[in-house]
Write a protein that binds this ligand. Structure first.
Ligand code: SAH
Ligand code: SF4
Ligand code: F3S
Length: 454
């Protein structure tokens, strides 16, 4: 049997797309190989959000090319956002690549392989004729968590961001298609879904006049699906976080108390240059409102340091907003100019050393806040969805709380079950504890993440 291997870079949408690439290859009769070295078809699903993934890909492709020299029948395929950004140039940059496709043209890989590479173009890119990756076959592996694509593309014009040019304008999937998928996932044992879109909470707007709906209604509909215990979504845009979504979060028992709400900068001046369309005060007001309306909500964020023109004073404002909101988690990025974006050609690019210096200060702050937030969970009982053995200690189990914090714990439980864990210690990224049951603890006291809701 011929075998494939998929290496994934980038965001959750790419992780989702890679699952569908695997499903497509399995439909063609290929099996999964444990490493790309052992595979007959080697796929790279790429990202180009910053420069770093581009350089990482170059190293991976170098290795794949060396292995192809040993075995010329090996197929090297490159998909995803970097492929879409480079298009045909990709074949000049990396002559060993056999076939390439953009994020909206995944099916092309199947067409090309199916024809044995004969009579089918090596690359297919472009955004006019995109298809939802969600319409491709599912990957066979059994798991209790699943990504669900609700839209593709993005209508925002953030001045630093390459995504709209490689994923195109926003297009929502129809609610019936999404719900059919969620119902089907629940029937196969999936307990937790994460709804995905580049701007997930603007979902539905482009379905007008055919369908009149919005993201809050979608959350409510997913909450109704039997068997789905947890619903998450990423990434919402602060400008589109409207009342119906907040109300749905507060009222739907399966919707988790966790929101990833990208801030990007705490300076209104920088936010304007980034074209984020909200300012510092509006973001802070939204964060307070969310904490107020959704008890125990965990707020995560993305922050860019060293955007062109960012002064010390701007950066101090970012630190101040981080301290005021008190994020449970944060992804922090050094600004990376992307060719074709407006910010890449702005004057006043911040020197690299200054970006690094600011980054270090920001990370120190975000980590100390995250640590304090996690330490505040010690002594509580958290509902944990069991994922399997701990990555660091096989005698322990690993899972995540409703607030999306990883927990390593002692005790026995099957993957995919919900158990109560008493939290005993914490770091900035993980919790540790032990499973509590009526047997070993008599009566369970304390609060789970769910109590007090509904
Ligand atoms: N669609 C999502 C995420 C986009 S990419 C959203 O808008 O929230 C994930 C994160 O990468 C962004 O939130 C941003 O913080 C970061 N990012 C995007 N472009 C970047 C760039 N050119 N340099 C550094 N970080 C960037
Ligand atoms: Fe990029 Fe902005 Fe769209 Fe997010 S909202 S994908 S940062 S353009
Ligand atoms: Fe990267 Fe594309 Fe996602 S550029 S972050 S893989 S949308």
């Amino acid at each position: 049997m011929r075998r494939y291997h998929v290496t994934t870079f980038g965001c959750q949408m790419n992780a989702h797309d890679s699952e569908r690439i695997k499903g497509l290859l399995e439909d063609l009769g290929l099996g999964e190989a444990p490493t790309s070295e052992e595979a007959d078809v080697v796929v790279f699903n790429t990202c180009t959000i910053r420069e770093k993934p581009d350089t990482k890909l170059a190293a991976y492709l170098g290795e794949a090319a060396a292995s192809k020299r040993r075995d010329p029948s090996k197929v090297i395929a490159v998909g995803g956002c970097y492929a879409e950004a480079q298009q045909e140039r990709l074949f000049n940059l990396y002559p060993d690549v056999d076939v390439a496709f953009g994020p909206g043209s995944i099916a092309h890989l199947g067409d090309w392989l199916g024809a044995g590479g004969v009579g089918v173009a090596r690359g297919r890119f472009g955004l006019d004729d995109r298809a939802f990756a969600a319409e491709l076959p599912q990957h066979g592996e059994r798991t209790h968590q699943a990504w669900v694509q609700v839209s593709m593309g993005c209508n925002s014009t953030c001045s630093y961001c390459i995504v709209p040019s490689v994923r195109g304008r926003e297009q929502s999937r129809r609610p019936g298609d999404i719900l059919a998928e969620v119902t089907n996932l629940a029937a196969t044992g999936v307990r937790e879904i994460t709804l995905l879109g580049q701007n997930v909470n603007s979902w539905g707007r482009d379905l007008l006049p055919d369908i009149h709906t919005e993201f809050g209604e979608l959350l409510r509909a997913c909450d109704e699906v039997d068997g789905i215990e947890r619903i998450r979504f990423t990434s919402p845009h602060p400008k589109d976080f409207r009342e119906p979504v907040i109300a749905a979060m507060a009222e739907c028992s399966a919707v988790c108390e966790q929101i990833h709400l990208p801030l990007q900068s705490g300076s209104s001046r920088v936010l304007k240059a980034m074209r984020r369309t909200y300012d510092r005060d509006r973001y802070i007001a939204l964060a307070h409102k969310l904490r107020d309306r959704i008890p125990d909500v965990a707020l995560g964020t993305d922050i860019i340091v060293g955007f062109p023109g960012e002064t010390d004073a701007d950066f101090e404002e970012t630190l101040a907003v981080v301290a005021e909101v008190g994020f449970e988690s944060a992804f922090t990025f050094v600004y990376s100019p992307r060719s074709g974006t407006d910010a890449a050609v702005m004057d006043d690019q911040v020197p690299h050393e200054l970006k690094i210096e600011r980054m270090e200060r920001l990370v120190e702050l975000t980590q100390s806040i995250a640590k304090a937030k996690n330490e505040a969970r010690i002594g509580r009982i958290e509902e944990v969805l069991v994922e399997g053995p701990s990555r660091t200690d096989e005698t322990q189990l690993r899972g995540r709380t409703r607030r999306n914090t990883t927990v390593n714990f002692t005790g026995t439980a099957a993957s995919g079950t919900l158990v109560d864990v008493s939290i005993e210690s914490a770091t900035s990224t993980t919790l540790r504890g032990r499973r509590v049951t009526a047997d070993n603890d008599g009566v369970i006291t304390g609060t789970t993440g769910r109590s007090g809701r509904l």
